[in-house]
Design a protein around this ligand. Sequence first.
Ligand code: SF4
Length: 308
Amino acid sequence: MPGLPIVGVDVPDPSVSQTATQPRPPWLRVKAPGGGRTGELRALLAERRLHTVCSSAACPNMGDCWAAGTATFMILGNECTRACRFCDVKTAPLPAAVDLDEPERLAEAAVLMGLKHVVITSVARDDLDDGGARHFARCLRAVRARLPTATLEVLTPDFLGSEDSIAVVLDALLEGGRAAVFNHNVETSERLTPKIRSGAVYRRSLLVLQTAKRLRPEVKTKTGVMLGLGETDDEVLQTIKDARAHDVDILTLGQYLRPSSWNHEVMRYVPPQQFDEFAAFARGLGFHHVESGPLVRSSYHAERGVGG
Ligand code: SF4
């Protein structure tokens, strides 16, 4: 992709293995979880048998977020019907039945944590007829009932592209008229999607986002991309362009880190200044909000994207 404002970029050849076997660069060293409100959060989440993507996905920001009293709830269990190569969540073809008390426990935890912006994600549940959409809606309504002024954000699976499921989530998300964010991550470039995301289709993910915006234009749509899975810089730029072309408002770009030896290798460590270059490119395309940096995750400082 010629003429783009990315400077000092070392474009990797995707045909050449560039496994990042070297130690993590200094910008990826983070403090271990602990301190601040971490103990309190651990206890209140454990008592209510709630899962978070923070611990299930071994997020590097737990030291920061949990100390500050923030976490991202993961509903519908902690077993996923898919087996994406970047993800640390366990796989099961038939996870446990939907826990109908979970919405109340989640809402209670959100109150005790004092959250002003509540982020809810889930495992993929391709075993359910609605992909878990109705349970998302139940959780959103339970939170809304107890925290009427909080803003809400969901990070959903693709629901196999079902417009009905997307609509069910959007209806609950936007009840009460507060600003809200509908996030679905494309995760990686089109070329790498079949290798990295089991059961996913790049174009379908883009259509999920575009459908959400078409159904409820007032919702902020959001997507995230991980760098370091073997994508080229041109592919990063194309993915950013594709997201904008599908009416995505908010973009997150972060460094992929390998959670276990089963997971895909880290192919490169992208330096912070290069994340800045990608962010500048995205802003130039008109995204409402961009978070871009090695430690950025979908829900990192998520409250920053919701306003405006
Ligand atoms: S960035 Fe998101 S997933 Fe990671 S610890 Fe913070 S809230 Fe949890």
